[in-house]
Design a protein around this ligand. Structure first.
Ligand SMILES: Cc1cc2nc3c(=O)[nH]c(=O)nc-3n(C[C@H](O)[C@H](O)[C@H](O)COP(=O)(O)O)c2cc1C
Length: 310
């Protein structure tokens, strides 16, 4: 049976039911009564306002439900763009979905052991949601919580950029408190587990022009080639409030002012954000936290041991 006839039949049945419904008949009678009232009538004003509210509520609810899949797709698309960006693979006009599928591999890491988790699907896993769920997270003792995040997910979602089986980049999710907000981003490192490739923050609410400069490409470019872990005893950092690091501990830090490349320890230092020392300290602390034993240090040590092909 053609669809048009079938739909028409359904409509006729629906109309017949509606015409037999006494509430609908009452509604029609009330509608005629209200429309016959003068425009100054209080009852008409209230009835029209209520009807308008109902129509708007139905439209907004319909919009929210109908647009949900599109919103989810856009969120996912944006995340893929951020990951390609921190991996240095994002190009103008590229097919983001295709490039992501071809170049990036998502993996889940057990934060206790640093091993990959194989019995969960990385694509369905939402680490930020897991961090808020007491069953899927671990609360961080205050003295260790330098990133001020209170809890971390037991399982982290990391991304690998591979080329012919060899790891080119390890992309780690990082988060921590700045001045006004929790900053969420990605840190991309070389397979040596020591050299930084890039950093980006995709979600933060620091002041634009001050702490919000964390998204400035010029500032982000300063991170390339910097080292994470102290290979030698670290000199005290100039005027910053960041303490020096022990050998093997994360030493990377934002300093007040500009880095003097001639000075010892410059490879562990990044220019602080002008007029935003508090956000800068937050960034230092969050990167140090996630690169410490509390964060990804165990996983990174394993990658280093197995070599770049793991
Ligand atoms: C409206 C307003 C917004 C600010 N936003 C930030 C910010 O996002 N990040 C930050 O570190 N400092 C911000 N500050 C400045 C801090 O209060 C503080 O003065 C600053 O971090 C000190 O950095 P400095 O020693 O580099 O000047 C803001 C100040 C004002 C008045």
């Amino acid at each position: 049976m053609p669809n048009a006839i079938k739909n028409n039949e359904h409509y006729m049945k629906f109309r017949a039911k509606l015409d037999n419904c006494k509430h609908y008949q009452k509604f029609l009678a009330y509608k005629d009564k209200v429309l016959a009232m003068g425009n100054d009538s209080l009852e008409k004003t209230i009835a029209v306002a209520v009807a308008l509210c109902l129509v708007c509520a139905v439209l907004v609810s319909f919009g929210a439900v109908a647009l949900k899949p599109l919103q989810a797709y856009n969120k996912n698309y944006d995340m893929k763009k951020n990951i390609l960006d921190v991996a240095g693979l994002l190009e103008e006009g590229m097919d983001v979905d295709k490039a992501f599928a071809e170049r990036i591999e998502a993996k889940l890491v057990d934060m206790e052991t640093g091993e990959y988790v194989s019995n969960m699907n990385a694509d369905d896993y939402d680490q930020r949601k897991a961090a808020k769920d007491p069953k899927q997270s671990i609360s961080i003792p205050k003295e260790k919580d330098i990133a001020h995040i209170r809890a971390k997910a037991k399982v982290s979602k990391i991304y690998l950029v591979k080329d012919g089986g060899n790891i080119k980049s390890i992309i780690l999710p990082v988060s921590g408190y700045g001045l006004w907000s929790t900053l969420y981003g990605f840190l991309s490192i070389e397979p040596d587990g020591q050299t930084i490739q890039s950093i980006n923050f995709y979600d933060q609410a620091e002041t634009p022009g001050l702490g919000g400069e964390v998204v400035n490409p010029k500032w982000r470019a300063l991170w390339k080639g910097k080292k994470v872990y102290a290979e030698t005893a670290q000199p005290e950092l100039d005027k910053g409030s960041i303490e020096e690091a022990e050998i093997g501990e994360p030493a990377i830090a934002l300093i007040k002012g500009s880095v003097d490349s001639e000075k010892m320890g410059a490879e562990y230092q990044v220019d602080g954000l002008a007029g935003a020392t508090l956000t800068s300290n937050g960034v230092t602390n969050l990167v140090r936290y996630w690169m410490s034993k509390e964060g990804f240090a165990k996983y990174i040590a394993k990658i280093r041991k197995k070599g770049a092909t793991s």
